[in-house]
Design a protein around this ligand. Structure first.
Ligand code: UD1
Length: 430
């Protein structure tokens, strides 16, 4: 079993290149099968979730040509199956984008119900409501989402909750439908906009992505395109908080600073200095950090995917902070591990009350999910002494070369597989 061995205490210093956004790449990969022409996608992150989805595309007959590590060409003209079911696909949340894409293109789909991170119940009622409104029948049977439509007709759909997944899945099902679909109370996340831009490059007619009303005029056919995925807002934010919590000086490069505004604002509030340029943001944590209050919200609010990293940082910031999680009900599961490292945090319902302490201490830690895993890594980088983190496969779902990028900033982190390798790590770092 692979683990991370981490010796904390070094400020992270330097520059780090941010990869393509996982949460944009996933729907874009699904959308790529909606044309029979080849599609070239650049800035594809090389992470487990995107690789699993690429395998799923191959399993139904799409030809996936990996031009280089971050460029992939997909040719879906040979797709022969609309059933996607394997052990891997169940593990990723975004498998359900194949429902929207296959339903939109072939008018039928059978896809294993999604897994993903254990951060809450994560219902898909709004996805189903959208597909049904467009004219599909939807059934959940034997662990599969089974859907079919004689025809898909554009409709006005109001989402009862702002859902990234439902907004994307309705867009996918609507681009090749007859007539106009209007999604009201749509999610405004950058990855929703990126998907819409990608589909528009393929000949779709989508307007309003990035606002809460999206208008999709159905077209009869999509065509070939070349497209580069946006940088990963959450990966960038994770490195920005890593700079803050280790009292470092890190520049995240290849980013869109606008996407990072809610993160930069909170870092400024707690005492960091922020310097922005066209495609980079520098975070300097020269002064002691202070408390603040944060509530997670849909974009442009503070992202729920940054909540654990924020909490870890506030745990070492002077005073009492309050973090409210308003998106997922089970997203403080990592707090117990953080308390074992010395944090003083009490969770009541969807609120964490954090009394800043002056130090964390290294411990053996189990990673509960993707983003909490990344947050616990940065906690360990700030802690005194050595930490060993288990279940790091969660982190690999969404962070490319995480430990290598951290090492390039001076972090003492290594992937280990045995007690012997841990001893070697300890000897090496002295
Ligand atoms: C996506 C992201 C995830 C991020 C989340 C919120 C991907 C692959 N994952 O997840 O990293 O944390 O957005 O920014 O992009 N809900 C319903 N019914 C539905 C759908 C959602 O009640 O049919 C609820 C959810 O339980 C949650 C809220 O709506 O409380 C938001 O969820 P949603 O935006 O759909 O998250 P995901 O798309 O699953």
């Amino acid at each position: 079993m692979e683990q991370y061995a981490i010796k904390g205490g070094n400020p992270l210093v330097g520059e780090v290149e941010i990869s393509g956004a996982k949460n944009a790449a996933l729907p874009i990969l699904a959308a790529a099968i909606m044309t029979d022409d080849p599609v070239l996608i650049e800035n594809m992150p090389d992470v487990r979730d995107t690789n699993v989805l690429l395998q799923a595309l191959e399993s139904i007959g799409a030809v996936v040509d990996r031009i280089d590590r971050h460029t992939v060409r997909i040719n879906a003209s040979m797709i022969h199956d609309h059933v996607v079911d394997n052990d891997y696909i169940k593990k990723i949340r975004a498998s359900y984008y194949l429902v929207g894409a296959l339903l939109g293109k072939y008018r039928k789909a059978e896809v294993a119900l999604p897994g993903g991170c254990h951060i809450g119940a994560r219902p898909i009622d709004q996805h189903i409501k959208g597909w049904e409104a467009l004219g599909a029948t939807v059934e959940i049977a034997h662990g599969m989402i089974v859907t079919e439509a004689k025809e898909l007709k554009g409709r006005r759909i109001y989402l009862d909750v702002v859902s990234v997944g439902a907004t994307i899945n309705i867009i996918l099902a609507a681009v090749l439908a007859d007539g106009q679909t209007i999604i009201e109370n749509a999610a405004k996340e950058p990855h929703v906009v990126d998907l819409a831009n990608f589909l528009n490059c393929m000949g779709a007619n989508i307007k309003g992505a990035g606002t809460d009303v999206i208008r999709i005029k159905g077209v009869t056919k999509l065509h070939s395109t070349e497209y580069a995925i946006i940088p990963d807002q959450i990966e960038a934010g994770t490195f920005m908080f890593a700079a803050a919590v280790t009292k470092g000086d890190v520049t995240v490069k290849n980013v869109i600073p606008k996407h990072l505004e809610s993160i930069s604002t909170k870092l400024l509030e707690i005492g960091c200095e922020i310097e922005e340029s066209d495609d980079a943001v520098r975070v300097v944590a020269a002064k002691p950090l202070t408390h603040t209050h944060v509530k997670t919200l849909p974009y442009p609010g503070f992202p729920t995917d940054m909540q654990p990293q924020m909490t870890v940082t506030l745990g070492l910031s002077k005073g009492t902070s309050i973090v409210t999680e308003s998106i997922f009900e089970n997203r403080f599961r990592y707090v117990g591990e953080l308390v074992r490292m010395g944090a003083s945090i009490k969770v009541e319902g969807n609120t964490a009350i954090i009394d800043g302490v002056s130090r964390y201490t290294g411990a053996s830690i189990s990673v509960p999910d993707l983003r909490a895993g990344a947050a616990l890594v940065i906690a360990a980088l700030a802690a005194e002494g050595i930490s060993v983190l288990d279940e790091i496969q969660y982190i690999e779902r969404g962070y490319e070369d995480f430990e290598l990028k951290l090492q390039s900033l001076g972090a003492q982190i290594e992937r280990i597989e045995s007690e012997r390798e841990l001893q070697k790590f300890k000897l090496k770092i002295g």
